[in-house]
Write a protein that binds this ligand. Structure first.
Ligand SMILES: Cc1cc2nc3c(=O)[nH]c(=O)nc-3n(C[C@H](O)[C@H](O)[C@H](O)COP(=O)(O)OP(=O)(O)OC[C@H]3O[C@@H](n4cnc5c(N)ncnc54)[C@H](O)[C@@H]3O)c2cc1C
Length: 308
């Protein structure tokens, strides 16, 4: 197992932001995990598991511990629709392959960046679907006590953009068992996948480095009748939620910029890196957004992204 030092993390996330990691290692084999745990214990350092870095804001000072990047990207498709996939499998690749083989279930995730492991941690979702709907089992190893466990779906505690693994970040996900439906027309599935990709190209500021939606959408249950009525009039209620972008836009924040970080004109819940943004710029813009939305609507925006 190779452990590198002083590795710049801005090269490992979609925001292109972040200082160096003291240590960095790629795990290709479960056998390396024993050695990795010994290294962590011996050096008494913190660790962080990195997927595709598409949901992460990494601070300018970097990370004074070890970044662990799993590299398990195998996939096995079974005739009954079961799919066993390594946690680092790139999501866009997985979605394309599944559709192309006529396995239905993942089309909605067309254009969702990152890895399947990261999608499990966040219970990633869009267009009314969530990855949890396809999960049978998740295998993971606890990097503190070396326990290996196969989690049934019920044990994963999936919620809106949340899971057991998000709350317990010492578990490194190694493999996921999904249930898809085999035997569909691949052209139909690929068509839906490309529709989703094109929708994203049109609505999201993909021309600039970003990390997707910064804030979680707001649950109707947590909002007062006045705000719900306002959103109803503007026809922006989606299922049981109102997009955070709606309130950010209404607070007049689209286009607001601090340093190299800017609230996208295209989608108000995206912050874009318009040129050498620092994490400090982004954090200041996040604080400003929270404050102005709170002042105007008396609501607290919750972060969807993870800050390291
Ligand atoms: C343009 C764009 C659009 C997006 N659209 C959506 C969307 O529609 N819906 C949505 O839900 N998200 C969206 N996102 C956010 C992001 O793509 C997803 O949350 C994605 O699933 C994160 O995966 P990742 O591999 O990049 O995770 P990372 O950002 O690397 O990590 C996220 C979290 O998962 C943990 N993690 C990653 N891999 C493992 C592992 N193997 N074991 C244990 N922990 C792990 C990390 O420690 C971290 O806490 C978007 C992002 C971008 C840039």
């Amino acid at each position: 197992m190779l452990i590198e030092e002083n590795i710049l993390l801005k090269n490992f996330n979609t925001f292109k932001i972040g200082g160096p990691a003291r240590f960095f290692t790629t795990i290709k084999d479960l056998k390396d995990i024993e050695e990795l745990i010994d290294f962590i214990e011996k050096n008494k350092i913190e660790f962080f598991i990195l997927g595709g870095g598409s949901n992460l804001l990494i601070k300018d000072e970097g990370f004074d511990g070890i970044i662990i990047k799993p590299a398990f990207d195998y996939v096995n498709y079974f005739e009954d629709g079961t799919v066993i996939v390594g946690s680092s499998k790139n999501m866009p690749e997985l979605v394309f392959e599944a559709c192309n083989l006529g396995y239905k279930g993942l089309e909605w995730a067309g254009g969702l960046p990152g890895t399947i492991g990261g999608a499990i941690v966040n219970n990633a979702g869009c267009f009314g679907f969530e990855i949890k709907d396809l999960v049978l089992e998740v295998s993971a190893i606890n990097l503190k006590n070396k326990i290996f466990k196969v989690f049934k779906k019920e044990d994963c505690e999936f919620e809106y953009r949340n899971s057991f693994f998000k709350k317990n970040n010492e578990w490194l996900i190694t493999e996921i068992k999904l249930k898809l439906e085999p035997g569909f027309d691949k052209n139909e599935l690929l068509k839906i996948m490309y529709e989703k990709i094109n929708y994203r190209k049109e609505k999201h500021p993909l021309e600039y480095p970003n990390i997707g939606s910064i804030f979680k959408n707001l649950k109707l249950n947590d909002l007062n009748e006045e705000l719900i009525e306002l959103a109803r009039k503007d026809n922006v209620i989606r299922g049981d939620k109102i997009p955070a972008a709606y309130f950010i836009e209404k607070a007049g924040l689209k286009g607001r910029q601090i340093g190299g970080a800017k609230i996208s004109e295209k989608h108000a819940n995206f912050i874009i890196n318009v040129g050498n943004a620092s994490a400090k710029d982004v954090l200041s813009l996040i604080e400003l957004t929270k404050e102005e939305v709170k002042n105007k609507f008396k609501i607290n925006l919750d972060l969807e992204i993870k800050i390291l």
